[in-house]
Design a protein around this ligand. Structure first.
Ligand SMILES: Nc1ncnc2c1ncn2[C@@H]1O[C@H](COP(=O)(O)OP(=O)(O)O)[C@@H](O)[C@H]1O
Ligand SMILES: [Mg+2]
Length: 373
């Protein structure tokens, strides 16, 4: 393949040029040096070049200085020449490295244009092919991921109708529970409990699929923090089980339903997975250039093992699968986290120094809009 060795030829040519220039420079330096030191007849024609510039009868120190100076000047000249010779070869390599870096950062559209017909051009073609194949793979994975998400959402929606019928039946079973005894009563209770668990799971799946589809929207409103906490606990019958420390008098701009979901999840977990007393504390602070509301739910349970902590917000994650098998969907914290993220906030999970688990919600405080009229 003619031309395929262009890069090698260029390197060899560059090397030969530098070697030639180095030889010429050495010859000239030697010739001028000899003319200066010996000033003999054969060299008379050039000895006048150094007369007046260098001392006539040099001492050994001066000779040493002149030799070192010439060597350094020659070295500098070589470095400059080598730089010039390698620049042309290195330029496309640098360009390739920059483009590869952008590809690694996620710019999958980026390609290099190949000019010429050397090894570098081969490399550019291979790089472009790799980028195209990577882009196609990522697009395929994205398509499959979207399909899987849509499938989960569609299945959950489809389950709602038969579930509504099953819930109606279990309501009747619950109402007439006294008519059953023995195994029949136990079976009726089991069916009723599992049906309501399934109902919760389907509701959570539908909620998650809305986050995945990007269709979860914030319906912002102003709420008084103390009212939001009080009504969340009252509706669920938790008022007596949670110690609420004096809350800051604050109106919060948020999606009230989503704030309620987050608080209910954290408190519900503290009551179910932790142990009393469960305390709820809130405070405001300034960080990263904005004001924040932090709300901490702490319980006096066993806390979470270190290996569990990084996974508590994962979907379907349950640390104690045996105990909680039929109690929760394992989606509660994932949903709470998505709700916090939607508000540009976050939730931190930790083991409190005094023992027990501690979950802290951080929400940015949006200013209240001006009242119209
Ligand atoms: N306060 C807590 N104390 C100990 N473990 C907890 C606490 N909160 C959450 N966890 C652990 O995190 C897991 C995930 O919680 P979550 O997503 O709410 O699922 P679920 O409550 O349905 O099991 C729980 O199963 C539990 O193992
Ligand atoms: Mg939960």
């Amino acid at each position: 393949m003619p031309g395929r060795s262009g890069l090698r030829s260029r390197l060899i040519l560059g090397f030969i040029s530098v070697a030639l220039l180095a030889s010429v420079a050495t010859l000239v330096a030697t010739y001028v040096g000899a003319a200066y030191l010996f000033r003999n007849d054969q060299l008379q024609s050039t000895s006048h070049l150094v007369d007046g510039v260098l001392p006539r009868d040099p001492t050994s120190n001066q000779i040493a200085l002149i030799v070192i100076g010439s060597a350094l000047a020659l070295l500098a000249l070589m470095v400059v020449l080598a730089q010039l010779a390698t620049r042309r070869v290195l330029r496309p390599v640098r360009k390739l490295a920059a483009v590869a870096r952008r590809l690694a950062q996620g710019d999958l559209q980026i390609r290099l244009t190949a000019t010429g017909a050397d090894e570098m051009t081969d490399l550019v073609h291979t790089f472009n092919e790799m980028a195209t194949s990577l882009q196609a793979k990522v697009a395929e994975l994205h398509r499959m991921h979207t399909m899987a998400q849509r499938f989960a959402g569609d299945v959950s929606h489809e389950l709602r109708t038969p579930l509504a019928a099953m819930l109606a039946v279990t309501d009747v079973l619950d109402e007439q529970s006294e008519r059953f005894d023995g195994d029949a009563a136990a079976a009726a209770r089991l069916v009723s409990r599992e049906t309501s668990n399934l109902n919760r799971l389907v509701a959570d799946l539908i909620e998650i699929s809305r986050f995945d589809a990007g269709s979860a929207a914030l319906l912002m409103d102003g709420v008084t923090l103390a009212d939001a906490v009080a009504s969340c606990l009252r509706v669920r019958g938790w008022t007596q089980q949670v110690v609420v420390e004096p809350l800051p008098e604050l109106r919060v701009r948020c999606d009230p339903r989503r704030l309620d979901v987050i608080i209910a999840n954290l408190v519900g977990n503290a009551l179910r997975h932790g142990a009393p007393p469960v305390t709820l504390r809130a405070w405001t602070h300034h960080a990263a250039g904005r004001d924040w509301l932090s709300l901490r739910v702490h319980d006096c349970g066993p806390g979470m093992p270190a290996e569990v902590l990084p996974h508590v917000f994962d979907r379907f994650y349950k640390a104690d699968t045996a105990r909680t098998r039929s109690e929760g969907s394992g989606l509660g914290l994932a949903i709470a986290w998505e709700n916090a993220r939607l508000h540009e906030g976050t939730i931190e999970a930790a083991n409190a120094p005094e023992g027990g688990a501690s979950f802290t919600l951080h929400l940015p405080l949006y200013p209240e809009p001006l009242q119209a009229g």
